[in-house]
Design a protein around this ligand. Structure first.
Ligand code: DI6
Ligand code: FE
Length: 401
């Protein structure tokens, strides 16, 4: 395994509090095998690492490899026609009634082969990798039958075999009620969703369990059924909550010790308190807010007050967020929600790691995985400030390029 010493670096470590970005100037970072051996001031470098092969970064910024902690990059077809319809005046609901929306993606995903799903996902994942992403979460949820949910999860796992990226899979059988179970959500959960979760878990395809708690999807009581099953299997949970209305899904998720609650535009203070109490991470998804032309922003200030930690993710999906750029997501988090560039960068590194239950990455310190992004920038705020510009110089995954 390689050894290397990155010299003349600026490190956004996200380890110390009190220093913005945990920034250390005039620093070096030693990599031994797949792990960070030292990250700190050049003056304090332990002798043991001083002989590693050197690479002069010329003052470039080093951050932890970026982490996209909420995506739906595995799906069939596209929804460009739906985009046109909405521009012609149709609402999201009207599009759904005309056979568009999630249902149309379910149809295309059921028809696609596993290889076709993989190929489509790789094109999106490659765009993320080009921006320094080293870990990604991928959800099922466009199959809504056992065969297709498992097919999606297998394709997701294969992304991590074919590319230098860590994949965390999430079972999202409770994403929508399929046409064949229209108006019978409980029967769908009992007949399809819960058995599919069992089968996917038995195949080792599930790292976490998610649901969509919304009027057009599942109620908190129905989500609780899915979470009880997850708990029985020993799997962590997370939830799409308070995206279009306030149903109290976040408090429910928090009561199950959820890793994260995601979207949160309609979250109230009681929900924020519940998250603070359980240590649940808020995953903020500005791409969906932007695409749906939502006007209610998530309660960022309340979350700050209650010390709820915030992650940022693309929500990359064919309908509400056809977005495959985490850098643009950071810009949107700042411009649309007034997050600070420091919160945005923490949101795609340290907090995104927490939202996925990782303890071995998301910060630059000895012992963490050597997943790094090296940028042609002077100051970390530049990563959020530019729009449609990729300043990545190099990406290191587990110590290797
Ligand atoms: N919330 C969303 O924004 C996406 N899923 C979800 O639960 C929408 C997915 C789609 O429109 O295909
Ligand atoms: Fe989503």
């Amino acid at each position: 395994m390689p050894q290397r010493l990155l010299t003349h670096a600026r490190l956004a470590t996200f380890t110390q509090t009190g220093t913005p970005y945990g920034l250390i100037e005039d620093s070096v970072l030693a990599v031994d095998g797949g792990t960070i051996a030292y990250a700190g001031p050049a003056a304090d470098l332990p002798q043991a690492f001083a002989g590693f092969p050197k690479e002069n970064l010329g003052g470039r910024l080093v951050t932890p490899g970026l982490i996209d902690c909420h995506t739906h990059v595995v799906f069939g077809g596209d929804r460009a026609r739906e985009f046109e319809m909405r521009l012609e005046g149709a609402s999201y609901e009207e599009v759904a009634r005309a056979g568009g929306g999630i249902v149309s993606t379910v149809k295309a995903t059921r028809h696609a082969s596993e290889d076709e799903l993989l190929e489509g996902a790789l094109s999106r994942v490659d765009a993320l990798i080009a921006e320094g992403v080293t870990a990604i979460e991928i959800k099922s949820g466009y199959g809504l039958d056992q065969k297709t949910e498992l097919k999606m999860l297998r394709a997701a796992r294969n992304v991590g075999r074919l590319r230098p990226i860590t994949v965390r899979t999430t079972f999202l059988g409770a994403h929508a009620v399929p046409a064949e179970y229209q108006d019978r959500p409980d029967a769908y959960l009992d007949d399809i969703c819960l058995p599919a979760l069992d089968a996917a878990h038995a195949e080792g395809l599930v790292d976490a369990v998610d649901g969509f708690c919304e009027g057009i999807a599942f109620s908190p009581d129905q989500i609780a059924k899915v979470f009880d099953k997850a708990k029985a299997l020993g799997l962590p949970v997370k939830l799409h909550a308070e995206q279009l209305s306030n149903l109290g899904g976040t408090a429910l998720a928090a009561s199950y010790g959820a890793l994260s609650a995601d979207h949160l535009e309609y979250l109230d203070e009681a929900g924020v308190r519940a998250m603070a109490y359980s240590g649940t991470i808020a995953v903020i998804l500005p791409g969906a807010f932007y695409t749906l032309r939502e006007t209610q922003a998530p309660p960022i200030d309340l979350m700050r007050q209650h010390k709820v930690q915030m992650a940022l993710a693309t929500d990359c999906n064919p309908g509400s967020s056809p977005l495959a750029s985490l850098l643009l997501t950071m810009n949107m988090g700042c411009t649309l929600f007034r997050m600070t560039p420091e919160e945005a960068l923490a949101g795609v590194t340290r907090e995104a790691a927490r939202a996925l239950g990782f303890t071995d990455r998301g910060m630059l310190e000895a012992g963490k995985r050597a997943d790094l992004a090296i940028w042609n920038v002077q100051h970390p705020a530049e990563l959020s400030y530019r729009i449609g510009f990729n300043s990545l110089s190099k990406r290191i995954f587990g110590g290797s390029e």
